[in-house]
Write a protein of this length. Structure first.
Length: 146
């Protein structure tokens, strides 16, 4: 009788673990401001994970981008993991001078990552990166290694 109960408990624990890994449960862990951001720029997305590490939130869209948000729920890093980032996100989230530069050099369809802090924005393209200095409002393009 004890062996049967033990097997039943293991089976129930397995079911509970499987139930906790559904997309709905992941969405339940996402703070509302982050959920709003994801729904705006990645509508109808399924999430793989949502984890808090220290004061940062890390969200991974299933088969898509990974996003990091700070304690104020502002994005600090968006990695496309091989997929280009949505242009509406670039338009809404980048300083106008940086967006205009990317438009001028016809790079809007090739942005794979974004990173920002209090000093700068870094835009990852397929073979180079572009840096925008917030204080000077200047744009600098890094040349790919030869």
């Amino acid at each position: 009788m004890t062996k049967r109960l033990y097997i039943l408990l293991i089976a129930l624990a397995g079911l509970a673990f499987t139930a906790c890994s559904t997309d709905d449960d992941v969405w339940d862990n996402v703070p509302p401001k982050i959920a709003e951001f994801i729904n705006q720029y990645y509508p109808n997305s399924e999430l793989s994970t949502c984890e808090k590490t220290g004061s940062d939130w890390h969200v991974r869209i299933k088969d898509g981008a990974g996003l990091t948000f700070n304690a104020q729920y502002s994005w600090t890093n968006i990695a496309g993991y091989g997929e280009i980032l949505p242009q509406v996100l670039l338009f809404d989230q980048l300083p106008p001078a940086l967006y205009n530069y990317l438009e001028e050099v016809e790079a809007l369809n090739g942005v794979y990552s974004l990173e920002r802090d209090s000093r700068q924005y870094v835009v990852g393209l397929s073979s180079t990166s572009v840096t925008y200095d917030i204080e000077s409002e200047s744009v600098r393009s890094a040349q790919p290694p030869v």
